[in-house]
Design a protein around this ligand. Structure first.
Ligand code: NAI
Length: 343
């Protein structure tokens, strides 16, 4: 027996293996009290086992409770159902949380952006329930349930309380989708009134909300969105703080948690050692903080802080990958972070 926490590592597709390798190297050098068990998902899994989401991968996450995952490719307009959607559904990872923050050394149009996206991860249009009703007529079903709306709203208000956040804004389109988005909005409103009156709560129709976001993102604190809106707004917000290379994420349920960047497998830059590993590195810091809360062991927190400090120092020193205007490759950026682990 040792005191190491086992984490399932899923390299994924495209830039996935490059960024997971860089992040694993940094975590190991930072002496994170972790040990890894590697499993495949996505195209990589298909090549090995003829399944995009092998039973062993699911079983291993169920057993160890926690995973760090690279992105998985989903074919467009054909082919298999998204591995990410399947994974989130199978493990009931109903809350996606994505902190969007300005970074030192990464100048953008706005300073001091600090907002959290909480995305419902299992329902809505994103479920991909589609049919051809008759030739030439197709439809897609948007699903919202009491249970789904309640648990994500509860999660968001609990999170706001724990993190001492002030306000939750729901983005919706309940003027058009009166029943589905109406349920999402009313449920959040009810939970606010009944259980969390001390957290401010408001809402915005999503089109106007997007306009407000690009005009001044600092006016928001926590955004609560159903699945598809959360997906789209996450990328929009990434664009406000430096792009997809700098926004981390976590998919969290009552029993398991899978940490992954917001970005996808970026096939256009895969295999070239130019992808930014920072978004996945920041996701791994979220994972260490999650482990601190779960196990009450401070050693995870210490390593999380050490890594955060090191990547901030690297950015301030101008060590950046090409997406941030720098000239470092994926592995060189990882080296720059490793060099700064001791301050
Ligand atoms: P994408 O996020 O992979 O890429 C969009 C753009 O951002 C590309 O130009 C890419 O080069 C750039 N980019 C993304 N991550 C970067 C990084 N770390 N460093 C530097 N540049 C980065 O989105 P796209 O192209 O729409 O999707 C590609 C594939 O990824 C699709 O198959 C999609 O289904 C999948 N995907 C998977 C996700 C996941 O596994 N969680 C999430 C989003 C998309």
């Amino acid at each position: 027996m040792n005191n190491l926490q086992t984490v399932v590592l899923i390299p994924g597709d495209g830039i996935g293996p490059e960024v997971t390798d860089a992040v694993k190297r940094i975590l190991d050098k930072a002496q994170a009290p972790l040990q890894w068990v590697e499993h495949q998902a996505g195209l990589a899994a298909l090549e090995q086992s003829k399944e995009v989401l092998p039973a062993q991968t699911i079983a291993s996450i169920e057993h160890h409770g926690i995973a760090l995952k690279g992105p998985c490719t989903t074919p467009v307009a054909k082919g298999f159902r998204s591995v990410n959607v399947q994974l989130r559904k199978r493990l009931n990872l109903y809350a996606a949380v994505r902190p969007v923050r300005s970074l030192p050394g990464v100048p953008t149009r706005y300073e001091n952006v600090d907002l959290i996206i909480v995305r419902e991860n299992t329902e809505g249009l994103y479920s991909g329930v589609e049919n051809e009703i008759t030739p030439g007529v197709v439809m897609s079903m948007k699903v919202a349930t009491d249970k789904g709306c309640q648990r994500i709203a509860q999660w968001a208000f609990r999170y706001a309380t724990r993190r001492k956040r002030q306000r939750i804004t729901v983005f919706h389109k309940a003027n058009i989708m009166k029943i589905t988005d109406g349920l999402f909005l009313d449920t959040a409103r009810m939970i606010h009134e009944d259980e969390y009156p001390n957290i401010q709560h408001d809402d915005s129709i999503i089109d106007a909300g997007c306009m407000k976001l690009v005009q001044d993102p600092t006016q928001f604190d926590i955004l609560l969105l159903e699945n598809l809106y959360g997906d789209v707004v996450s990328d929009l917000c990434a664009g406000l703080v430096g792009g997809l290379g700098v926004v981390p994420g976590a998919n969290i349920g009552d029993d398991y948690a899978v940490f992954e960047a917001v970005h996808g497998s970026a096939p256009d830059i895969a295999g070239k050692n130019i992808a930014n590993p920072l978004a996945l590195l920041m996701s791994s810091v979220m994972m260490l903080n999650h482990l601190t809360e779960k196990t009450k062991k401070n050693e995870f927190k210490l390593v999380a802080n050490k890594i955060k400090n090191a990547y901030n120092l690297a950015l301030v020193d101008g060590c950046k990958t090409g997406d941030l205007g720098g000239d470092l490759g994926t592995s060189q950026f990882a080296d720059a972070v490793i060099e700064r682990l001791n301050g």
